[in-house]
Design a protein around this ligand. Structure first.
Ligand SMILES: [Zn+2]
Length: 410
């Protein structure tokens, strides 16, 4: 009898233990949702342990930062306090601390150096006819294949695309040790962004052999590199009547810019000041119909004319009135053969910017290779931070710190 009682007691004990474990399991499974804690209160080791415990896929990239202390978070893809799910990707950019003066020197960082602004026209899906993918003898137009190779060449040479307007404004986000390059296209040729139709959602389908098609493929191939260009249009816009509206908006939405190349591709040196204002103001007003406040107030000068800013018509390109609407132009683009200055260099004149004809002539006559070779030792090399200007102290007298950025000299 006593033995039976003992057995019963043991039996209940076991039952209680089992219930206890089930309850624990139950509590564990219905645990309150996990909120991402403030990662900046944790060490990197603690963050790694936390990610493992909560089954998060943790990716950490390290970057130098003059603002964020070493081992603190610069950037995170999930905000603090967000409810976590198993297998969430937690991507962090963690500071390696400030860059040492020696490291700037070693990498020849020079934010007063030259920046190439490349000038393109037609990009045509045809076989080569002249040197290295030029379609015409002077190399104003390139084959699709040649343009594709140009992009790879810039990349190999350590260049990253930035937008023209960021260049002018001194907002340069190029990665550490890399150099900015600006791409421009004149005349609104349909092969700059050729639309072959619309998909079922009504989005434009872009010919992969047109300039933007090639740029988009490059963007996919190098997802960490910025891809952008500025297109300068005449009154025909991209000369695709049915799609112009969609094209303009697509370009703006996808990180490209639109600028002014006059209504009728006029030579500013050969017309009256009234006509200048009609040509410039008229094109701005045309763009207003499609992309108001979204285009850049920059004029690429047709034929690169006038060649001098003291031409009597030049001031009307910058400021004027057409049909009672006042316009102001920030910059004009010339036709040239060499890279222009850094926007932080006191020689930089944003109202009259030099461009390089993007063509191939076996490294001669100021083609792409020659133009980039010419600035091999003087090109802009970025510190990777658009809030600071880093220069060798020998260039100190050339600075124009118009944006009041932090200066670092070495
Ligand atoms: Zn033109």
């Amino acid at each position: 009898m006593k033995q039976l009682k003992l057995k019963k007691k043991l039996f209940f004990k076991i039952i209680i233990i089992i219930i206890f474990f089930i309850a624990i399991r139950f509590i564990f499974l219905t645990e309150n949702p996990q909120y991402l804690p403030d990662l900046n209160t944790m060490t990197i080791t603690q963050i790694k342990e936390y990610a493992q415990k909560n089954k998060l896929n943790l990716n950490i990239e390290y970057e130098y930062s003059n603002k964020i202390a070493e081992n603190k978070i610069i950037n995170q893809n999930i905000k603090n306090g967000t409810i976590l799910k198993k297998d969430d990707n937690l991507n962090l950019v963690v500071s390696k601390g400030a860059i040492s003066i020696e490291y700037y020197a070693e990498n020849k960082i020079n934010e007063l150096g030259r920046i190439p602004v490349m000038m393109y026209h037609h990009i045509m899906d045809v076989e080569n006819e002249y040197t290295g993918g030029n379609i015409d003898k002077e190399g104003y137009n390139r084959t699709s294949n040649a343009f594709k190779k140009d992009l790879e060449y810039y990349y190999e040479q350590g260049y990253e695309m930035i937008s023209l307007i960021d260049y002018i404004n001194g907002n340069i986000n190029t990665s550490f040790g890399k150099s900015p390059i600006v791409l421009t296209f004149d005349d609104g040729n349909s092969n700059n962004i050729k639309v072959t139709g619309l998909d079922e959602k009504g989005n434009i389908i872009i010919d992969p052999k047109s300039a933007v098609g090639i740029l988009e493929a490059f963007k996919k191939k190098y997802p960490k590199t910025k891809v952008t260009a500025t297109f300068f249009l005449n009154k025909g816009l991209f000369n695709q009547k049915d799609y112009n509206d969609k094209i303009l908006n697509w370009l703006i939405d996808n990180g490209y810019d639109i600028g002014n190349h006059t209504l009728n591709h006029v030579d500013f040196a050969k017309i009256t000041s009234n006509k200048v204002q009609e040509e410039v103001g008229g094109l701005y007003q045309l763009l207003d119909q499609y992309i108001k406040d979204k285009y850049v107030k920059i004029v690429a000068l047709p034929y690169g004319s006038p060649y001098k800013q003291n031409h009597s018509n030049f001031k009307y390109i910058l400021n004027g009135t057409y049909k009672d609407i006042v316009y102001e132009t920030l910059s004009t683009l010339r036709v040239g053969w060499e890279a222009d200055y850094s926007p932080f260099n006191k020689e930089f004149d944003s109202t009259f910017i030099k461009r390089i004809r993007a063509y191939d002539n076996n490294g001669q006559e100021f083609d792409i290779e020659m133009a980039l070779n010419n600035i091999k030792n003087t090109r802009y090399i970025s510190d990777g931070d658009n809030k600071t200007i880093v220069i060798p102290s020998s260039l100190n007298s050339q600075i124009n710190n118009k944006n009041n950025l932090d200066m670092i000299e070495y």
